[in-house]
Design a protein around this ligand. Structure first.
Ligand SMILES: Cc1cc2nc3c(=O)[nH]c(=O)nc-3n(C[C@H](O)[C@H](O)[C@H](O)COP(=O)(O)OP(=O)(O)OC[C@H]3O[C@@H](n4cnc5c(N)ncnc54)[C@H](O)[C@@H]3O)c2cc1C
Length: 379
């Protein structure tokens, strides 16, 4: 588990609390939630009761106000419990961060007043015609008097069907490409907001991923974040800041794969001894440990830098990319260690392997991360 040597007593207490929560309230339901492709409202409510949905919202707005390092330690623990649960209850990271970056004091308070009592919010950037290229956004926001009217459809929205508020990226000036993109707070209760198709996914099946449709949705001009044309910058800064905590859930998933594989390897006897005593299996476990520990350190490094006011886009992308790539390998190796049983739904590792793949795709694919990293190197 995360950085035992450097954790403060408070961090250790919080980590133990979330581990206990994961053991009792998440892990026993992993298979059921995966099968049902949903997390019951009561299970999400238990997370609200512990404040897990507002860990990064500052205390002055009613959140837990955790620093990024502590947040990452706890997100890792939640990811160890279940990647879908970590993503669902952590959804306000992508919802609140754009407001924190660009919002006025009133906007921050207004948004926090929606989510803090027990609600989720979503980040609505991706559209069907190409998620990696925000310049192709077809969603528009047209100013009429002191209102904006939003029209368009967003896809692959995490918590789309559960959220009470959305941060929506829409074109206020199409001619300007990404420089014409603006960011808006849109409450779910606004007439014209509806939830569309729910994705039937290979992994993180219990995480709610839907289309969200905006049809002639009127919002006050005061719901614009920052000024017109700043949307792309706000979106990218949000993703930069969300990368360490999002990736820490992936590290937790890898740790779970290791724990399951080690347990099995010590118990399963083949050719007269536990398979852990066969060096080929032991070395597979060692490789899983090396990759996961390296990933954890990259994530924690980015988190600590953030806590010191340093937002390093390249290092956040390096961490995100590495976690995504090794999560696929580590969980695949966990399946291998369990042999045929690894491939069976009787054991949890096949789900971990399906869940792991998402870390190479969302919040900017690993190809896009490599573009970010190389352009920083070649600048
Ligand atoms: C479960 C899930 C949850 C998600 N949650 C959210 C959310 O909450 N909010 C949100 O806004 N979005 C969300 N997304 C969307 C996600 O961020 C996009 O899927 C992702 O950015 C890629 O966009 P795309 O799927 O349209 O792929 P495309 O952009 O069509 O890319 C397809 C492939 O081409 C590659 N590619 C594209 N351009 C280049 C290039 N220039 N060079 C090299 N390779 C390239 C990509 O890496 C990818 O491999 C989610 C997606 C999933 C699956």
């Amino acid at each position: 588990m995360a950085d035992q040597y450097l954790m403060t007593a408070d961090q250790k207490d919080l980590q133990a609390m979330v581990r206990d929560f994961a053991e009792k309230e998440i892990i026993p339901y992993n298979a059921e939630w995966d099968r049902e492709a949903a997390i019951p409202a009561e299970a999400i409510q238990k997370g609200y009761d512990m404040g897990l949905h507002v860990m990064i919202v500052p205390e002055k707005y009613g959140g837990m106000g955790l620093d990024e390092t502590t947040y990452c330690i706890l997100r890792e623990m939640l990811g160890w419990g279940d990647a879908s649960y970590a993503l669902t209850i952590g959804g306000n990271t992508l919802g609140f961060t754009p407001v924190e970056i660009a919002g006025t004091e009133e906007q921050k308070k207004m948004f926090a007043d929606i989510i803090v009592p027990g609600a989720l919010s979503s980040f609505c950037l991706t559209e069907a015609q190409g998620g990696s290229d925000a310049a192709t956004s077809l969603t528009t926001a047209t100013k009429v008097g002191d209102e904006y009217i939003i029209n368009g459809s967003k896809t692959f929205v995490t918590n789309g069907g559960l959220s009470s508020a959305y941060v929506v990226f829409a074109m206020t000036d199409k001619e300007k490409g990404v420089k014409g993109l603006s960011a808006f707070i849109v409450e779910r209760s606004r007439p014209g907001v509806s939830v569309g198709k729910k994705e039937d996914k290979m992994g993180i099946r219990a995480s709610n991923t839907t289309d969200v449709i905006f049809q002639d949705v009127k919002i006050p001009a005061s719901n614009l974040l920052g000024s017109e044309g700043q949307g792309f910058k706000i979106a990218m800064q949000t993703l930069d800041r969300a990368r360490p905590s999002g990736s820490s859930a992936g590290v937790g998933l890898c740790q779970r794969a290791i724990d399951e594989a080690v347990k099995y390897a010590k118990e399963r006897v083949v050719f007269g001894k536990p398979i852990a005593k066969h060096q080929a299996v032991a070395f597979m476990l060692a490789d899983m440990e090396i990759q996961t520990e390296a990933a954890r350190q990259l994530v924690m490094n980015s988190a600590r830098l953030m806590d010191n006011g340093i937002f390093d886009t390249k290092l956040a992308a390096v961490a995100k990319c590495f976690v995504g790539d090794i999560a696929v390998q580590v969980t695949c190796n966990a399946v291998q260690v369990l042999g045929g049983y690894g491939y069976s739904k009787e054991y949890p590792v096949e789900k971990l392997m399906r869940d792991a793949k998402i870390y190479q795709i969302f919040e900017g694919t690993n190809q896009i991360q490599r573009m970010v990293i190389s352009s920083n190197m070649l600048r």
